[in-house]
Design a protein around this ligand. Structure first.
Ligand code: BES
Ligand code: MN
Ligand code: ZN
Length: 460
């Protein structure tokens, strides 16, 4: 595995990293004494979470490093190590008992991510000898997958429009041997996806539904449904500049779904896996939908456009209907659906919604195992009447209250499957976090990869 950029071969050249919780640090330094203790004192190294202190040798070159684990509770803290160690090969002198070595290696790799497509930048260049017991192939697979997803989100909207996002989906299909169905432009009308068409018809690049089919044919059917708005101007209900600035990331749900599809295909998930990716640009031009427009839906309900900026739920609705028709037993949708989710929980904690208690438990267990946080929020049915319209079966946005909840309730109307979960993901890291450098990200992907592998297993 020497071809993985963040993994070092197991040779004696790798320099030691002493990983220390805040509680362990003083005793370690007292016992060690000498230059290491003096240097740590001068630099006020106290085992602070994520702190990397390189200790130089007599020749001025790094001899070892100290790494702070803080209170020792964050399994992702190792991400800081990948981001902050100088270039070179390193080994963890004594990996903490009880820590998952695969997760240590994965977090380290995730921390080394950089988006370099548009600027020349020296790669960070730190590599880690896999800690004993680490599943190196799994760590490498997860890091490569997440990096692929981050690249999709980080790509600028002029290079990641509907054509390019479709091409990215087709590349995933080619890599994984998936079968592909694409319904594009006017075909969305003739094949009855009116909402995907309505949202995307104002763009120079056609709206489309891209469907990838993989996994084991005949296995339990699992659907991944993604919001792929390559740029969200808000439409005629145009966003102010400050809100529009980041809207290249509005295809984050599609990036999550494509990443998951790739990871699960590589793992050989023992289920029939279908990705339904709704791809549009929410643009402004003559044909753009208007507030007050009423559209039919694949499901047969009519929807009044209350706000053209509530477009994500529209393109998901037709895709969710299709996923339900296809007989999927589990439907998972992922979307950068509301600003309200971020107001409620901030950028690092995506809410999820499901009425399936067993599934919720599986998700939370996988969240704990992967160090990827999510928070369950309620499908609070009394708020359903927020979406009542005087002229249509429903409207696409409600009151100013509980925006993430009412968006989930909107989606729920279009799902007819034994089990469904919706993730309102943010897909952006405003400031560096452990294992998550500032910029685009895919959320809840590592935990869903784990959850689905645990739930369905993998083929031999
Ligand atoms: N893509 C946005 C949601 C969004 C905004 C996600 C900011 C992350 C950060 C979505 O299409 C949208 O505009 N939602 C509106 C809905 C409203 C008009 C009912 C929102 O959240 O304000
Ligand atoms: Mn919008
Ligand atoms: Zn949007």
């Amino acid at each position: 595995m020497t071809d993985v950029p963040f993994i070092a071969p197991d040779t004696p050249d790798a320099l030691p990293v002493h990983a220390l919780t805040a509680d362990q640090t003083q005793a370690f330094l007292d016992e060690r004494g000498g230059a290491v203790a003096a240097w740590a004192g001068v630099q006020a190294f106290k085992g602070q979470a994520g702190r990397v202190l390189v200790v130089p040798g007599a020749d001025g070159r790094p001899e070892r490093a100290l790494f702070g684990l803080g209170d020792g509770t964050d399994p992702m803290v190792w991400g800081w190590l990948g981001a902050r160690l100088p270039a070179g090969d390193w080994r963890i002198a004594l990996p903490p008992a009880g820590a998952d070595p695969t997760l240590i290696l994965t977090a380290f790799g995730l921390g080394t991510y950089q988006f370099t497509r548009y600027r020349t930048k020296e790669p960070l260049g730190a590599r880690l000898v896999p800690p004993p017991g680490a599943d190196v192939a799994t760590a490498a697979r997860i890091v490569a997958g997440v990096s692929f997803g981050r690249d999709l989100v980080n790509a600028p909207p002029n290079d990641m429009g509907p054509d390019a996002l479709e091409a990215a989906a087709l590349a995933v299909a080619a890599d994984t041997g998936a079968r592909v169905e694409v319904i594009r432009g006017a075909d969305l009308i003739s094949q009855n996806y009116p909402l995907i068409h309505a949202v995307g018809k104002a763009s120079a690049e056609d709206p489309r539904l891209v469907i990838l089919r993989g996994g084991r044919a005949g296995g339990p059917k699992v659907a991944l449904v993604g919001k792929g708005v390559t740029f969200d101007s808000g439409g005629r209900n145009i966003k102010p500049g400050s809100s529009m600035a980041l809207m290249k990331k509005d295809m984050g749900g599609a990036a999550c779904v494509l990443t998951l599809f790739r990871l699960l295909s590589e793992a050989g998930l023992d289920a029939e896996l279908t990705a339904y990716v709704s791809i549009v640009e929410n643009a402004i031009s003559g044909p753009a939908m208007r507030p007050g427009d009423i559209y039919p839906t694949r499901k047969g309900l009519t929807v009044e456009i209350d706000n053209t900026d509530a477009e994500g739920r529209l393109i998901l609705a037709d895709a969710l209907t299709r996923a339900s028709e296809d007989g999927n037993e589990l439907v998972i949708d992922m979307a950068t659906l509301t600003g309200a989710a971020r107001v409620a929980l901030g950028p690092d904690l995506p809410p999820f919604y499901t009425g399936d208690e067993t599934l919720a438990g599986q998700i939370l267990a996988a969240s704990a195992a992967t160090g990827e946080p999510v928070w369950r929020m309620p499908l609070w049915s009394p708020y359903r009447d927020d979406l009542d319209s005087p002229v249509a079966d429903m409207k696409n946005s409600g009151s100013a209250f509980a925006g993430s909840v009412t968006a989930a309730l909107f989606l729920q109307r279009f799902v007819d499957a034994p089990s469904w979960v919706h993730f309102d993901v943010f897909c952006w890291t405003p400031k560096d976090r452990a294992g998550r450098p500032q910029g685009g990200d895919v959320h809840a992907v590592r935990l869903l990869e784990r959850m689905l592998r645990d739930r369905y297993g993998v083929t031999g």
